[in-house]
Design a protein around this ligand. Structure first.
Ligand code: 13P
Length: 251
């Protein structure tokens, strides 16, 4: 089964000069004991893949079709061709900015798999939903709609990102993260092949920083993180990678 995963989502940040951060990151982790993934903007995927060393490179979205009249979109095949191994799908910013539905995310996941990419499928509740006590219903619906049948530990990663924790400096309590990840694991196990569901990585995302990473990584069913802001600087992301390596070896 795949190991722990430290994933960075650069979002709409980064130009060629930003690849220096990736080079530093690669130099800091020549032989990582966990998987490290950086998802730069699409314009940098190819150059990033050349500079990445042991670090995996991913896209931040792909179209459900392999080619055609879809101006501005990128197919999973194109990402793969540029050197990507993963693609983030259904991030809450895409669900909000582009109105992406669970069905669209589901179809993009199928396209990613067909191209040999690992799909990092994002789910998460809003603050209003958490306060109303409907978090599990919301996540269950997203998982049911977005994760296709046939999901395997090798081709699917789930990223739990509470919308209200993204870029805000706020995180759920450690108990809440534990309960939510346990719910997600149980849901996956009930709807997918059991051994695969148990091997699937479930990442936590939302305001993960060097100073809170260790306590989050110590929790059951947290198999890594999807990091936004703190993935932009090699020093910050390296500290998070180190925390994940320490948790994986029990140091
Ligand atoms: P921040 O780490 O900046 O809160 O972003 C999280 C995120 O959205 C990663 O996909």
């Amino acid at each position: 089964m795949p190991g722990k995963l430290a994933a960075g989502n650069w979002k709409m940040n980064g130009v060629s000069a930003s690849l220096a951060q990736l080079e530093t990151l690669a130099a800091n982790h020549p032989d990582p004991s966990v998987e490290i993934l950086i998802c730069p903007p699409a314009t940098l995927v190819s150059k990033a893949a050349d500079a990445a060393g042991p670090i995996r490179i991913g896209g931040q979205d792909c179209h459900a079709n392999t080619s055609g009249a879809h101006t501005g979109d990128i197919s999973a095949d194109m990402l793969k061709d540029a050197g990507a191994t993963h693609v983030i799908l259904g991030h809450s910013e895409r669900r909000t900015d582009h109105g992406e539905t669970d069905q669209q995310v589901h179809d993009k996941v199928l396209a990613a798999w067909a191209s040999g990419l690992v799909a990092v499928i994002c789910i998460g509740e809003t603050l209003e939903e958490r306060e109303k006590g409907v978090t599990n219903q919301v996540l269950g619906k997203q998982l049911e709609g977005s994760v296709p049948d046939g999901a395997l530990a090798a081709n699917t990663v789930i990223a739990y990102e509470p919308v209200w924790a993204i870029g805000t400096g706020k995180i759920p309590s450690l108990d809440e993260i534990t309960q939510t990840h346990s719910f997600i694991r149980g849901f996956l196990a009930a709807h997918h092949e059991t051994a695969e569901a148990h091997g699937m990585r479930i990442l936590y995302g939302g305001s993960v920083k060097p100073d809170n990473a260790s306590e989050i990584f110590a929790l059951n069913n947290v198999d890594g993180a999807l990091v936004g802001g703190a993935s932009l600087k090699a020093a910050d992301f390296s500290a998070i990678v180190n925390a994940l390596e320490a948790s994986a070896t029990g140091v």
